[in-house]
Write a protein that binds this ligand. Structure first.
Ligand code: PLP
Length: 392
């Protein structure tokens, strides 16, 4: 191991996931590992699988994988589709691009509707592509709800409405990896067929679990889907889940943590969780504007409540700024991905996060802007304090 210097004070992990894990969840995870085929596990599994549905706002099953979010992307595609199937996707940013590349590797035929990475999915474009597809060759529409690389949130209700208006039977698959339990999301009401999620963001857990919430229509599609799948197959999972168990060794201790995290979210109440995220996002945007910097998301209807990507002025380096902030303030911020490399830094304000953590985070950014010599105005932290004080 390389020798590390002690830095006093707690590290600020303000990347847009993994997020800070609350003590209650950490205490749950550090329970002794138990027999995953014993009665205590089954009881916990039944409770967890029932409660989890409330977070996705679904009455249907939610499959849990011991995998990062990428695994749940693969599960969504391979359980429902066959090689050669056309899939409509929207290039909202880096993560949408990765999902499309995966679809190609799996032998699917993804088609991209482009964006400038400054807004959510192009709903009119999706509607037009579906209306053109009279033969219904497009089998699925895949949208990233909250594009973590840009801080833009797509309107899934509008995507659903566009699909309905086109009278198109494609499945709707939505990546909620950085929105679930942070931004309002309604699997059943919005007619989503597969919701993909991960543990390490709004669910306040370490990385290592991912999810598929599955509609009846998706389950039907799984009966004829020809993509090869074994580990990701929903069917043995759903069979074992009926009694609270799993077909292979589950991530026992992460599931203890998940059970606790779900209880915490339900205790706070999902409307309050979403309002808290909205409020912190608005305070952050006010700070960014006060600094005279630009928010990457150009459409206020698509502002993300879980993160804000901030553009640095031409000639400045976002990566240098992040390095200065890490060195001086012991805080990690998200980097720019893909075409936004070195052009933006991303402030995560999701998960187990309160007003004072936000003010500390914005204070660290303001110190860093000055130390890195990035042209800006003072007063961002003050703008956030003014907003928070008036909106307690
Ligand atoms: C929106 C989105 N989708 C997919 C992923 C990939 O998930 P993972 O890194 O957990 O495999 C991420 C990761 O940050 C993400 O933010």
């Amino acid at each position: 191991m390389t020798e590390t210097r002690h830095v006093a004070g707690r590290h600020f992990l303000q990347i847009p996931g993994p997020t800070n894990v609350p003590d209650r969840v950490l205490r749950a995870i550090d329970n002794p590992t138990i027999d995953h085929r014993g009665p205590a596990f089954g009881q916990m599994g039944r409770e967890l699988l029932a409660n989890l549905r409330q977070i996705f706002k679904t009455s249907g099953p939610v499959v849990i994988y011991p995998a990062s979010g990428t695994g749940a992307w693969e599960a969504a595609l391979t359980n429902t589709l066959s090689p050669g199937d056309r899939v409509l996707m929207c290039r909202t940013g880096w993560f949408a691009t990765l999902w499309k590349e995966m679809a190609e590797r799996l032998g699917l035929k993804p088609e991209f509707i482009d964006t400038d990475w400054r807004r959510g999915a192009d709903v009119a474009g999706i509607g037009a592509a579906l209306a053109d597809d009279k033969a219904h060759a497009i089998k699925a529409v895949c949208v990233v709800h909250n594009e973590t690389s840009t801080g833009c949130t797509s309107r899934i209700d509008e995507v659903r409405a566009a699909m309905d208006a086109a009278g198109h039977p494609a499945l709707l698959m939505v990546d909620t990896i950085s929105s679930l339990a942070s931004i309002d999301y309604r699997h059943d009401e919005w007619g989503v067929d597969v919701t993909v999620a991960g543990s390490q963001k709004g669910l306040m857990l370490p990385p290592g679990l991912s999810f598929n919430a599955v509609s009846a229509k998706a389950l039907k599609a799984a009966e004829s889907a020809k993509c090869a799948r074994s580990y990701w197959d929903w069917r043995p999972m759903l069979e074992a889940n009926k009694t609270g168990y799993f077909p292979y060794t589950p991530g026992t201790n992460l599931l203890f943590g998940l059970n606790e995290a779900v209880k915490m979210l339900l205790e706070e109440g999902l409307p309050n969780v979403f309002a808290r995220h909205d409020r912190h996002a608005e305070a952050t945007r006010r700070a960014v504007r006060a600094w005279g910097l630009e928010i990457q998301c150009a459409d206020p209807r698509h502002y993300s409540s879980s993160l804000t990507a901030v553009r640095v002025p031409e000639g400045s380096s976002a990566d240098k700024l992040r390095a200065v902030i890490l060195e001086k303030c012991n805080m990690s911020l998200g980097n720019g991905l893909g075409i936004l490399k070195d052009r933006v830094f991303r402030i995560g304000h999701l998960g187990d996060f309160g007003d004072l953590q936000l003010i500390g985070t914005l204070g660290g950014v303001e110190i860093g802007l000055r130390a890195a010599g990035i042209p800006h105005r003072n007063g961002g932290v003050q703008a956030a304090v003014d907003y928070l004080a008036g909106n307690a």
